[in-house]
Design a protein around this ligand. Structure first.
Ligand code: AMP
Length: 610
C-alpha cells in the first residue's frame, strides 16, 4: 500500500462551559446567550507529520456537516482532524453565530473561521459577501491564500487581498469584475469603501483577525469606521491573541451575543520556546549579538530592533562578518518584502533584521531563534515577536537583550508569557570556540559519510592522498589537517577577541541583581512582618495585577465609597491576585460591608482584615 504523509489528530480535550447563568437549555444558549469555551491548547503540532494509509480520511471533520468538496480538500491538504480552536469555533460559526476567539497564530485559527464561512457562502457573482480585516499586508496575503486553498473545490469563488502599497487600479478592476471574499488592511479597505469601489451592502460576514495588533498599530479608529459602514445583520468574528480592554469594548459594541472561545494555556505555545535574557550595556550590544549568533547556532534567525535605522546598522555589521542577512522594515517596498520572506523561507537568507511592524504575522517555519536586540515596546509585542519561532509545533529559542536599566520590564514579560525567562551569560570565547569545534566536527562527519557523486574526482583525490603518503612520506593526519586549514581559509578557527567587557558587564549585572533581590526581600518583609502605622489597620482586597489594577484605582474606589480623603488611605501593595491596603482603624461596619461589594477593574473588592 502506498504511504502518504498525513497529520496526526491533536490529542487535546475541549471543555465547553455555558455562560448562561440561568441554566437554560443548550438550545436556548445557542440562540440567545453567549457561550464561553475554554479550550485546552496543546503543544502538538497540527502539522506534525506521520505516515498513514492513503485512504482519504478526514473523519475528524465529519461532525461539522461540511460538503464533500471541502472534506476532500482538507484531506488532500493532510488535515486529518480539527485543532482545538477549530473543534470549538466551527460548530458555532456554522450556525451563523458571532464569535470572539482568543487565540494566536499557529493554532489553526484561520481555518477555524475560513472553513465555516466558505461553507455558508453562496457563490452568486454579486458584490462581496465576506470581509476579513487583518493588520498587515503579509497577514492579509496569507489569509487570502488560505481561503483560496480551502476553496479549491469551488474554482469560481474569487478571493482578493487588498492592502496599501499595492496597485490601486488592479484592486479596483478586480473588485469590479466581482469578488466573493475580500481580505484587506483597514486603511485600504476604508479607501475603497469611501470611493465606492468596495460595495459592502451584501456583506454577510466580517472577520477581524489579530484585532489586538490592529489596536497596537493604531488602526482601531479605521476598523470602527469600517464596522459602522456594514449591514447590521452581518455575522461577525473577532480573533485576538490578547484581549486589551479596547478590544473587549469593540466586541461588546459590535458583536451580537457572541460565542467566546479561549485557547486556554496560551503559554503552551511559548512553552515550545526556550526564553532567555542577557544583560548588556547598549555600547556592547552588537558584539554581544555576534557572540549569541555563534553560540546559539539556530537555523533561521529574526533579530528585532526598535527602529529602521538600527535594522540597517545591525545588518551591515553582520554582513561584514559573513552572515547572509536581509532587512525587513517599513522602507522596504512591498514586492521586495515578499521576496525577502520567500528567501528566508527557502534558506537562501538565514538572518532577518526587522522592525516589529514589518515582521508582523510573519509565518516561516524554519525560524529557530528570535533575538530581541532592542526591548519590545510592550508585552504584546514581545509575545508576537517570540511567536515567530516555535512554529508548526517546532521548538524555538528566544533571547532578549536587556540593558541594566531595563531589568524592571522582565517581570512584566514573564507575567505575560506565564513562564520564567532565564538569564544567559554573554557567550565567552571558550563557549564560542567549543561550539565552533563542534560545528566543524559535524560538518566533517557529514562530509565523510556523504555519498560522493563525482567518482572521477574522488579517484583523483584518493590517488593524490596515496601519492603524498607513499612518495612524500606525509601521513594521512597531516594531510587532513592541511585540508581543514585550507577550508577554513583566512577565518581563524578560534575566537580570541577582547572579552574583558563581558566579565565587567556580568559583575555589574550581578551587583544590581543582588540589590534588586534585597529590595524585593525588604518589600516582602515589610508586608509580611512590618506593621501598619499606629492609627491604621491592614486590609486585603481581591484585585491584583492580574486585573491590571493600579493604586489610583483602589484609592479612587475606596475614597468614593467611604468618603475618606485620598491622603488618609495608607500604604497600598499590589500582588498577583490580591492587594493589601492600610486604612484608618475602626471602620464602621456598614462602610466595611458596602466596600465588600465595590467593584474595581470589574471585580468585587471582597475586603477583609488581613
Ligand atoms: P494558523 O493558526 O491559521 O496560522 O495555522 C497554522 C498552521 O496550521 C497553518 O500552516 C495551517 O495550514 C495548519 N493547520 C490548520 N489547521 C490544521 C489541521 N486541522 N490539521 C493540520 N494542519 C492545520
Amino acid at each position: 500500500m502506498t504511504k502518504k504523509k498525513q497529520h496526526e489528530e491533536p490529542s487535546c480535550s475541549i471543555e465547553a462551559n455555558s455562560l448562561n447563568e440561568e441554566g437554560t437549555s443548550k438550545e436556548k444558549v445557542l440562540d440567545n446567550e453567549p457561550t464561553k469555551m475554554d479550550v485546552e491548547s496543546c503543544t502538538q503540532n497540527p502539522e506534525e507529520e506521520t505516515t498513514a494509509s492513503n485512504n482519504i480520511d478526514s473523519r475528524g471533520f465529519d461532525e461539522f456537516g461540511f460538503s464533500e468538496e471541502l472534506r476532500n480538500t482538507l484531506s488532500q491538504k493532510g488535515y486529518n482532524s480539527p485543532t482545538p480552536i477549530q473543534k470549538a469555533a466551527i460548530p458555532e460559526l456554522m450556525l451563523g453565530r458571532d464569535l470572539v476567539g482568543q487565540a494566536q497564530t499557529g493554532t489553526g485559527k484561520t481555518a477555524a473561521f475560513a472553513l465555516p464561512i466558505l461553507e455558508r457562502l453562496h457563490n452568486d457573482g454579486g458584490p462581496p459577501q465576506v470581509l476579513v480585516l487583518a493588520p498587515t499586508r503579509e497577514l492579509a496575503m496569507q489569509v487570502a491564500e488560505s481561503f483560496r486553498s480551502y476553496a479549491a473545490g469551488h474554482p469560481h469563488l474569487k478571493v482578493l487581498p487588498i492592502y496599501g502599497g499595492a496597485d490601486f487600479r488592479y484592486q479596483i478592476n478586480s473588485l469590479k469584475r466581482g469578488v466573493d471574499v475580500v481580505v484587506g488592511t483597514p486603511g485600504r479597505v476604508m479607501d475603497h469603501i469611501r470611493q465606492g469601489t468596495l460595495d459592502t451592502r451584501a456583506l454577510k460576514c466580517l472577520v477581524l483577525d489579530e484585532a489586538d495588533e490592529m489596536l497596537r498599530m493604531g488602526f482601531i479608529d479605521d476598523v470602527e469606521w469600517v464596522l459602522e459602514q456594514l449591514p447590521s445583520d452581518r455575522q461577525m468574528v473577532l480573533f485576538s491573541a490578547t484581549m486589551p480592554s479596547e478590544i473587549r469594548r469593540l466586541s461588546k459594541k459590535y458583536l451580537n451575543s457572541p460565542a467566546e472561545i479561549t485557547i486556554k494555556a496560551t503559554s503552551q505555545k511559548e512553552n515550545l520556546i526556550r526564553q532567555r535574557f542577557l544583560i548588556v550595556q547598549n555600547s556592547y550590544k552588537i558584539e554581544a549579538l555576534q557572540r549569541v549568533l555563534e553560540a546559539v547556532s539556530e537555523e533561521g534567525v529574526i533579530i528585532f530592533t526598535r527602529t529602521k535605522v538600527i535594522t540597517l546598522t545591525v545588518a551591515e555589521r553582520l554582513e561584514a562578518i559573513g552572515h547572509s542577512v536581509a532587512v525587513l522594515n517599513g522602507d522596504v517596498p512591498q514586492n521586495q518584502r515578499e521576496r525577502t520572506v520567500e528567501r528566508l523561507r527557502q534558506g537562501s537568507v538565514n538572518i532577518l533584521v526587522a522592525t516589529d511592524v514589518a515582521a508582523r504575522g510573519l509565518d516561516v517555519d524554519r525560524i529557530g531563534l528570535v533575538i530581541n536586540y532592542d526591548m519590545p515596546f510592550d508585552k504584546e509585542a514581545y509575545i508576537h515577536r517570540i511567536g515567530r519561532t516555535g512554529r508548526a509545533g517546532r521548538t524555538g529559542e528566544a533571547v532578549l537583550f536587556v540593558n541594566p536599566r531595563e531589568r524592571g520590564f522582565l517581570n512584566n514579560l514573564e507575567r505575560a508569557v506565564g513562564q520564567s525567562i532565564d538569564r544567559m551569560e554573554i557567550p565567552s570565547n571558550e563557549t564560542i570556540n567549543t561550539n565552533r569545534v563542534k560545528r566543524l566536527q559535524d560538518r566533517l562527519l557529514k562530509e565523510v559519510t556523504a555519498e560522493r557523486e563525482n567518482h572521477k574526482e574522488t579517484d583523483i583525490l584518493n590517488e593524490l592522498i596515496l601519492n603524498m603518503e607513499g612518495e612524500l612520506n606525509i601521513d594521512a593526519k597531516q594531510i587532513a589537517l592541511a585540508a581543514i586549514s585550507l577550508s577554513l581559509g583566512k577565518n581563524p578557527l578560534l575566537e580570541n577577541g577582547d572579552e574583558s567587557w563581558i566579565k565587567q558587564s556580568s559583575q555589574r549585572a550581578n551587583r544590581n541583581g543582588r540589590r534588586d533581590d534585597r529590595f524585593k526581600k525588604r518589600g516582602r518583609n515589610e508586608i509580611d512582618n512590618g506593621q501598619p502605622d499606629n492609627h491604621m489597620e491592614r486590609f486585603r482586597v481581591e484585585v491584583g495585577y492580574r486585573d491590571r489594577v493600579k493604586p489610583g484605582n483602589l484609592v479612587g474606589a475606596i475614597a468614593n465609597e467611604t468618603g475618606l480623603k485620598g491622603r488618609m488611605i495608607g500604604r497600598i501593595r499590589i500582588f498577583e491576585n490580591y492587594s493589601l491596603v492600610d486604612l484608618p482603624k475602626e471602620m464602621p461596619p456598614n462602610i466595611f460591608n458596602s466596600l465588600k461589594k465595590v467593584k474595581v477593574m470589574n471585580r468585587e473588592l471582597q475586603i477583609n482584615r488581613n
